[in-house]
Design a protein around this ligand. Structure first.
Ligand code: GRF
Length: 203
């Protein structure tokens, strides 16, 4: 399967996914890494792994719609079977989501439906939660609202700050995102009108 990964920043999940593919652990090839941020550190990491990279800066577009139209065309030009958002810090238009619906994944650092949006680690701390986590989900039109495929929990300990939680969550991200990619690329995972199915059974 052909996989395109979208990033905005450090790209540590992207690197983990690429390495997973390159080690033959998934029936997948990452054919491109695309960033909306020209300075994203992940771009050099992808290039060092031999992956094609592209930059499409949102600053050069007047509207979200115009940007996403171009992004849709750029992603589609790689003919992906799967599009993976890995720290891609943009709200996507309906047009983009529809173009790739059913083959568009995101990872969100909270136990969805809790804490959609940003600053999830601090919000979990502020709420006095004793556990936190991360969710991989299919992307639909609702921000961070698509059906969840897999979650991992982490404990919150007294004295933790947001950086501690981020590090603990990242470790789990490196476990669950490749697993979901592997399921999808093995055609075990589908998004149907009534939810997500794994091996023909509703999750
Ligand atoms: C991760 O925490 C992910 O859950 C969120 O953005 C972060 C990306 O981190 N969507 P990295 O760029 O993969 O290191």
């Amino acid at each position: 399967k052909r996989v395109v990964i979208l990033i905005s920043g450090s790209g540590s999940n992207m690197v983990n996914l690429v390495e997973h593919c390159q080690q033959g652990k998934a029936a997948a090839d990452v054919v491109a890494v695309i960033s909306n941020q020209p300075a994203a550190a992940g771009l050099n990491k992808a290039a060092a792994l031999g992956i094609d990279t592209a930059v499409l800066s949102h600053r050069e577009f007047d509207t979200r719609e115009a940007y996403d139209r171009e992004l849709t065309a750029l992603v589609a030009s790689y003919q992906p079977d799967l599009v993976i958002l890995a720290g891609f810090m943009r709200i996507l238009t309906t047009e983009f989501v529809h173009a790739f619906e059913g083959r568009l994944l995101n990872i969100h650092p909270s136990l969805l439906p809790k804490y959609k949006g940003i600053h999830t680690h601090q919000r979990a701390l502020d709420a006095g939660d004793t556990e936190h986590g991360v969710s991989v989900h299919f992307v639909t039109e609702e921000l961070d609202g698509g059906p969840v495929i897999l979650q991992a929990k982490v404990p919150i300990f007294d004295g933790d700050d947001a950086d501690d939680l981020q590090a603990r969550v990242h470790e789990q991200e490196y476990r669950i995102y490749p697993l979901v990619m592997r399921w999808f690329c093995a055609e075990r995972l589908t998004l149907n009108a009534d939810g997500v199915y794994l091996d023909g059974e509703k999750l």
